[in-house]
Design a protein around this ligand. Structure first.
Ligand code: EPZ
Length: 425
């Protein structure tokens, strides 16, 4: 397993380009199963999660060609069984359910396991697909789905205890595009990645209105045709590097290119509230971030989009761990998503986690220590903390970061960070 050695204390400068969004590319790759025509998808990030999804599509019978960030998929003849050994590696594999049901009228997908950020139920996915006519049996750890009377549109409220579901909304939307009649999704997720999926489906001939709001209306059509699509920028990768700028850049800041300003509003707001400098260019496609002279702590409560994203709370806990004063971070979506706090405490951070809330008493410097990556965003938070720490921090189990950050070491080196990836046998 690779590890990353981060020699802290270097001032960051320079510019990087942000990759395509992992969380948009996964459902969009799955949606390519909805047509037997070729689809071409650009700016697919080279991360292990997209590699797994591509392997699943191939295992289902699709023909997949990839050259750097462009993927061409031809799903002329496909089967309905997603391979367990691949599905168990990545929860997002469940978003092949909707397309398989719509295209073949059946699907067999293993139940995804939980993960360190909390148990990951799929009850809302099943509620939505059953509402439009899927029969679903759970046996032997698999979800066996059939559609004895085909898929028929209806109205369904997809809200769960913690609010909307991103992939649950995606699955239902992808099944509904070929259903008979109209499907109305109430309490839909409004994340930019859901909007990108809707735009991809519309470019294939789907009839969808309201993506990006809490009510999405889908009028079923007979078939979908091929298309070409470019994935939106990854707002979480961009937010992660904006925090790096606030924590470790010099007064001239760092520049982060190929971003989308309106996807970054909650992160921008919090950085400015803490005193950091955040300046976008005219088109909102690039941002310069520089540290505050006297940074202040703040309070964050995560919420479904357009609220503060849960995928950014770990990164902000690294920022607040090195911001003198008190900060509070509450994750209402994944209350257990604080694995990074224990690791950061090993670096001298003062954090108390209780009942889904971290109370952070910031110090101005952390100290290096060997730490363990646990999930994707927690690992990114450890890298951020290490940039700022005295000494060299060793981050083990780097595969967690490689799941969602394309060539993170190259990007950090381009910004002047002193990092080295050590390949372990
Ligand atoms: C997506 O996961 C993202 N993953 C996650 O990003 C992100 O944290 C999450 O949305 C929330 O924004 C991808 O897009 C691939 P949810 P998803 O269904 O769709 C509960 C990352 O770091 N829930 O929106 O699986 C669930 O437990 C990853 O890139 C149910 O109760 O998350 C959670 O509390 C991590 N029943 C809340 O809803 C269900 O059937 C939101 O989860 C489904 C979800």
């Amino acid at each position: 397993m690779d590890k990353l050695i981060v020699h802290g204390g270097n001032t960051l400068s320079g510019a990087i380009n942000i990759s395509g969004a992992k969380n948009a590319s996964l459902p969009i790759l799955a949606a390519s199963l909805l047509t037997e025509d070729d689809v071409i998808i650009r700016r697919v990030p080279d991360v292990s999660d997209t590699n797994y999804m591509i392997q699943i599509l191939s295992a289902l019978g699709a023909h997949v060609e990839r050259s750097s960030g462009t993927v061409r998929i031809s799903a002329q003849t496909i089967t309905h069984e997603a391979p367990y050994e691949l599905v168990r590696k990545m929860r997002a594999s469940i978003c092949v359910m909707g397309p398989l049901l719509a295209r073949l009228g059946q699907a067999m997908v293993s139940l995804p396991g939980g993960c360190v950020i909390g148990d990951r139920p799929v009850d809302l996915h099943l509620k939505g697909l059953r509402a439009i006519g899927a029969d679903i049996d759970l046996e032997g750890g698999n979800m066996n789905m059939t559609t004895p009377n085909g898929l028929v549109g209806t109205e369904v409220d997809m809200r769960g205890k913690q609010g909307p579901t991103v992939l649950g909304t995606d699955n239902l939307m992808m099944a509904a595009v070929l259903a008979k009649g109209t499907t109305v999704i109430e309490s839909a997720a409004a994340e930019p990645e859901v909007v990108d999926l809707a735009n991809f489906l519309i470019s294939m001939g789907a009839k969808i209105q309201g993506a990006g709001t809490r009510t999405i209306t889908i009028e079923g059509v007979e078939r979908l045709h091929g298309t070409e699509h470019t994935i939106i920028p990854d707002r979480i990768e961009a937010g992660t590097f904006m925090v790096a700028g606030a924590m470790a850049a010099g007064p001239e800041g760092i520049t982060i290119n190929r971003i989308c300003k309106e996807h970054l509003e909650p992160v921008t707001e919090k950085l400015i509230e803490s005193g950091h400098s955040v300046e976008f260019n005219e088109e909102g496609s690039s941002v310069k971030v520089a540290p505050a002279s006297t940074p202040k702590g703040a309070r964050i409560v995560t919420a479904p989009h357009p609220g503060f994203p849960t995928d950014m709370q770990a990164q902000f806990s690294a920022l607040y761990a090195t911001t003198p004063g008190l900060s509070v971070i509450e994750d209402t979506i994944f209350p257990q998503r604080f694995m990074h706090c224990a690791e950061m405490s090993r670096m001298g951070a003062n954090m108390k986690v209780d009942n889904g809330t971290a109370v952070i008493d910031g110090t101005d410097k952390l100290s290096a220590a060997p730490v363990m990556a646990s999930d994707l965003r927690a690992s990114a938070a450890l890298v951020l903390a290490a940039l700022n720490a005295e000494g060299s921090t060793e981050i083990n189990r780097l595969y967690h970061i490689d799941r969602g950050y394309e060539h993170i070491d190259e990007k950090l080196l381009a910004l002047g960070a002193k990092v080295e990836r050590v390949k372990e046998r």
